[in-house]
Design a protein around this ligand. Structure first.
Ligand code: PRP
Length: 180
């Protein structure tokens, strides 16, 4: 543990070595599936940046990168999942093979919105790759083509995931102690 580590870690869920090995495996799958095509990785800011840059280095295919930022908030009745694009893509995705990169899929509401929005822009294909999948929190079913790890219903930090915007720069993923 370094001074970048949070003081209230319960346990390390995935070490740097485990993460690196798993990302290489997923990158190999992607390289096979996109053989002969140019893949455009679209990262959802900010958490996915750390995963995207590692993944991209291991994908053996011609590759482009773009980013979008979203903000999500509750509706009038307090239900979550009202999502809008706060920073749009820089370039068109029409006719492109798009791979949407997430750090985590929880309720699935963000991903559902992004898939609906991006599919309306006529990409040649649209797939999803997530670093973490917290499936137990799912409210809507969403397709996930590539996932590195499924995780329990616990608050996790590291490798892009934050607590009050901190700890994204940890090389590992850790479970935080429950707040008292
Ligand atoms: C995370 C993640 C997804 C969303 C998933 O983003 O990157 O976009 O939450 O949640 P859902 O499945 O319940 O919709 P977050 O809001 O934490 O932003 P960040 O990446 O900037 O930390």
């Amino acid at each position: 543990m370094s001074i970048a580590s949070p003081p209230n870690i319960e346990r390390v869920l995935f070490t740097e070595e485990q993460i690196d090995r798993r990302i290489r495996e997923v990158a190999a799958e992607i390289s096979r599936d996109y053989q002969g095509r140019v893949v455009k990785l679209i990262g959802v800011l900010k958490g996915s940046v750390f995963f995207l840059t590692t993944l991209a280095r291991y994908v053996d295919a011609p590759l482009k990168v773009d980013f979008l930022g979203i903000s999500s908030f509750s509706n009038k009745s307090g239900a979550p999942g009202v999502v809008r694009i706060a920073k749009d893509l820089d370039e068109s995705i029409e006719g492109e093979d798009v791979l949407l990169i997430e750090d985590i899929v929880d309720t699935g509401l963000t991903l559902r919105y992004l898939l609906q929005t991006l599919s309306g822009r006529a990409p040649n294909s649209l797939s999803v790759c997530t670093f973490l999948d917290r499936n137990s929190r799912r409210l809507v079913q969403v397709p996930i083509n590539y996932r590195c790890f499924e995780i329990p219903d616990r608050f996790v930090v590291g490798f892009g995931l934050d607590y009050n915007q901190l700890y994204r720069n940890l090389g590992y993923v850790a479970v935080m102690k429950p707040q008292t």
